[in-house]
Design a binder for this molecule. Structure first.
Ligand code: GTP
Length: 220
């Protein structure tokens, strides 16, 4: 495991742990690099897990974001479970040019995050990456929005290569986390490994803030 800090850790109002998951090669590391340096270059595959810390201001709050980038490779999957612990936000990344990576989000990654995330109200963000590869697109924006609704997550499409919507992705997620009192206060642990239902037609629980509306985070 390696770590690096983009900025000094001096003062902040809130601290959030954000996790990136998804198949190998979808661009998780590139999104992190783009967010931290506004440029994404060719990167070696992540070995196990890596994290970076960034401070940013959202609204009037100074936030400390610890962004965990897990390897999408199968051989590292078993060690990722412990990294879900305490995460307030989970970014589920797929490659809009690779349909299998989209399928695997619902078949594999969403289930795994439901199983291992320890914060009951953890906010999820579905991210379709590589939209700069326009002619190779295999998954439509509408399909992404539909899946986000099913998963009860936010949704955004972006490009780590051009930087389009990358900062917006992290800011939208942080904003939504800030709306959930239990997450701001440090997170309410789940009782056991409860797999949440795909769709919950009940109204927002008191004190938990509004359920994420996938459309609210779309930026085109
Ligand atoms: P693992 O570490 O194996 O889990 O992969 P990863 O999900 O972190 O993917 P990574 O960031 O290493 O990117 C994989 C490849 O996709 C690299 O060659 C990147 O340059 C490329 N890539 C990432 N994001 C984009 C993007 O938005 N557009 C384009 N065109 N290429 C991208």
């Amino acid at each position: 495991m390696s770590s690096s800090s983009g900025q000094s850790d001096s003062s902040y109002d809130l601290s959030f742990k954000i996790l990136l998951i998804g198949d190998s090669g979808v661009g998780k590391s590139s999104l992190v690099v783009s967010f931290f340096s506004n440029s994404a270059k060719n990167l070696p595959p992540t070995i196990g897990v890596d994290f970076k810390i960034k401070q940013l201001t959202v609204g009037e709050k100074r936030l400390k974001l610890t962004v965990w980038d897990t390897a999408g490779q199968e051989k590292f999957r078993t060690m990722t479970s412990s990294y879900y612990r305490g995460a307030q936000g989970i970014i589920l990344v797929y490659d809009v040019t690779q349909r299998e990576t989209f399928r695997n989000l619902s078949d594999v990654w969403a289930k795994e995050s439901d199983l291992y995330s320890t914060n009951q109200a953890c906010v999820k963000m579905l991210v379709g990456n590589k939209i700069d590869k326009v002619s190779e697109r295999a998954v439509s924006k509408e399909e992404g929005i539909e899946l986000a609704k099913e998963l009860g997550s936010l949704f955004i499409e972006c490009s780590a290569k051009t930087g389009e919507n990358v900062e917006q992705c992290f800011k939208e997620l942080a904003l939504k986390i800030m709306e959930v009192p239990s997450l701001v206060e440090g997170g309410v642990p789940k009782k056991g490994n409860i797999v949440k239902p795909k769709e919950d037609p009940s109204p927002d629980p008191p004190g938990k803030g509004p359920k994420p509306d996938p459309r609210s985070a779309c930026c085109y």
